[in-house]
Write a new protein. Structure first.
Length: 224
């Protein structure tokens, strides 16, 4: 049997409005992998995984939406179906590269233009937030993120937005988080250069708070 190149859908029988859109160069094999990962509780879509855990894999129906003769059209076609149907189980709303299929520069440009200026809906934001709950970043990932921010400065506009966001959404730090922060601070090792900077910053804060001494104030101190 020849492998079927297609755009497919995984739909819930209990909740038909909830489904997943994907693309593949071999539908039978892709379906087998979806089922395998769901059974192992390792599916990349946490929403689909939780649904399968609750209702069972038998609640999911696999269906071919469109067969294609050229695998180069897969990503573009998948993106079309994602944009037009807004699938609930798709965490990422951008069609991803799959099984060796490479995007052409023209396809990348079209996908980029289609997303430009398009704000995420509240529903999409909630899905992304839900998908990331409980996930822990690898140490190397944290290091990469830290390095990417080194030397970067926020613009005044960005600073104002951050201040406004903090003011409108005050964060309440739990006791557990406070203890973690305290332990992290105690174990932190500062370099001599950083210690000097912190010392200078503290001195500047004291001067700003007290204000500079005037000559009259100095004379009073001498005669006191």
């Amino acid at each position: 049997m020849l492998a079927i190149i297609c755009i497919y859908k995984i739909q819930s029988l209990t909740n038909p409005d909830r489904f997943y859109i994907g693309s593949t160069i071999n539908f039978k094999e892709r379906k087998r992998l979806h089922v395998k990962h769901l059974k192992a509780n390792k599916h990349h879509s946490i929403l689909l995984q939780r649904h399968a855990n609750k209702y069972g894999i038998d609640d999911l129906k696999f269906e071919i939406l469109e067969e294609l003769s050229d695998k180069k059209l897969l990503i573009e076609k998948e993106q079309f179906f994602i944009d037009s149907t807004i699938p609930y189980f798709n965490i990422c709303k951008t069609a991803s590269n799959c099984l060796g299929v490479k995007l052409s520069e023209e396809t990348k440009r079209k996908m980029s233009l289609s997303k430009t200026g398009k704000p995420r809906s509240i529903e999409t934001k909630l899905k992304i937030s839900e998908a990331h709950k409980g996930k822990k970043l690898k140490p190397e990932t944290i290091e990469k993120m830290r390095n990417s921010l080194t030397g970067k400065k926020h613009s005044n506009e960005t600073k104002e937005k951050m201040k406004l966001a903090a003011k409108n959404n005050p964060k309440v730090i739990s006791q557990e988080t406070r203890e973690k922060l305290s332990r992290a601070a105690k174990n932190r090792v500062y370099s001599p250069e950083l210690k000097l900077k912190l010392s200078e910053a503290a001195k500047n804060r004291k001067r700003t708070k007290r204000g500079p001494y005037k000559k009259k104030d100095t004379d009073k101190l001498k005669t006191a």
